[in-house]
Design a protein around this ligand. Structure first.
Ligand SMILES: [Zn+2]
Length: 395
């Protein structure tokens, strides 16, 4: 039996190695600018305002856990639900979301500060504060009026995710039933040009492949995928093909890896795609919400989600993107915390970020690689977007 085996030095050596890696990970987190490009915490706050300074029982992100995870910068998503049906206009909802983010920051001036420029992040981190930046997820609040986009920029929006789960007036989504525009709409193209002029990064997470291709042609600044994974490892339309990963990288852009199991692991992806298909099938068949809910509950009982994959799946996607793009310059972290239900084992919330760093060290990534992955790559793209805007403004 295992426990009766004579003492061997090997397990201790392995333990010492792990301890050294863990200490190295913590040291790195103290030294480098760690940045996550996507958390949906403002949606949680909008539904039920809470004190960010208090450790919450649910969810993924609050101040104590940001501190424990030694994260220096977080992009909060000003997210607008798709096919807007909230009983109010998308613009109004988007403005309420931006107000929620500003409230979250204003209530904790000693801990949080809004980052408006790529150079703000290191300055804010040097003061011991966490930099909060804003991304707008889903362009619906623009409501066919570029003045709204300019006002969002004035309020701090620094990336725009053109669509969410369904097509909108800017272009096609990767997850809608059929394309509406076969890429970007005419107005979507105007939005891309205005983002370039303003210095707003164009986010190609969620959008249809044709939209990514059009943005690659049209945008004068590099693109970012703020929370997307590799389709070669997890075949979900929401993930990026090797060809697109390569093209985004060649244009100087960056792909920020998402922690959602549905986009990381094929069994999870298959299970949730089957769930969505059954939900769609029942909705065509039945019109009673209670009956649909009951049938879906029975489906879920028969097809429970697979066990959570190990944290190493995130490392697999990062390593794949590095291999396909040929360098560590085009990959980063965009957790999607507070926007996803199921994450890999060990990545329970933002406090677990050093565990990912430790895993990447274990895989052979060097400290310099991690500096790039954790923030420098994204800040390079943000600075390029600012330069593009500067050139236009001067010209
Ligand atoms: Zn998203």
């Amino acid at each position: 039996m295992k426990r009766n085996r004579p003492h061997s030095p090997r397990p201790r050596a392995a333990r010492d190695h792990k301890t050294r890696l863990w200490e190295k990970a913590l040291t790195l987190h103290r030294e480098i600018l760690t940045l996550d490009t996507h958390a949906d915490t403002p949606l949680v706050f909008l539904k039920q305002p809470f004190d960010l300074a208090e450790r919450q029982a649910a969810g993924h992100v609050d101040l104590p856990r940001l501190r424990a995870g030694m994260l220096r910068a977080q992009f909060f998503a000003a997210y607008t639900p798709p096919r807007f049906r909230m009983g109010e206009g998308a613009l109004n909802f988007g403005m309420r979301m931006l107000d929620a983010i500003h409230q979250m920051i204003e209530r904790h001036p000693a801990d949080l500060e809004l980052a408006r420029h790529s150079s703000d992040f290191s300055r804010i981190a040097a003061q011991g504060k966490i930099a909060i930046a804003i991304g707008m997820e889903n362009g619906e609040p623009i409501e066919r009026n570029l003045a709204n986009l300019r006002n969002f920029h004035r309020l701090g929006v620094r990336y725009l995710t053109l669509t969410h789960w369904f097509n909108n007036h800017l272009g096609d989504s990767s997850t809608d039933e059929a394309p509406l525009w076969h890429g970007l709409s005419d107005f979507g193209r105007e939005v891309v040009r205005e983002c370039n002029r303003l210095g707003i990064m164009i986010d190609v997470s969620h959008v249809h492949d044709e939209v990514v291709k059009e943005c690659l042609e049209l945008s004068t600044a590099p693109l970012v995928a703020t929370h997307s994974n590799a389709r070669a490892l997890c075949d979900h339309p929401r993930n990026l093909s090797d060809e697109l990963l390569r093209q985004i990288a060649e244009a100087g852009g960056v792909i920020q890896v998402n922690f959602c199991n549905d986009f990381l692991s094929q069994p999870h992806c298959d299970n949730s795609r089957a769930y969505e298909a059954e939900d769609r099938r029942l909705r065509h068949l039945l019109h009673d919400e209670a009956e649909i809910a009951e049938r879906m509950q029975a489906w879920r009982a028969a097809w429970p989600p697979p066990p959570r994959p190990p944290l190493s799946v995130v490392g697999d996607h990062i390593a794949h993107i590095v291999r396909i793009t040929g360098s560590v310059e085009h990959v980063g972290i965009g957790s999607d915390f507070d926007g996803v239900k199921s994450t890999p084992q060990g990545l329970d919330d933002v406090s677990a970020m050093p565990k990912l760093t430790c895993h990447l060290l274990e895989r052979g990534f060097a400290a310099d690689d991690l500096r790039k992955i954790w923030g420098e790559n994204l800040l390079r793209v943000m600075a390029a977007a600012e330069r593009t805007a500067g050139v236009r403004a001067d010209g």
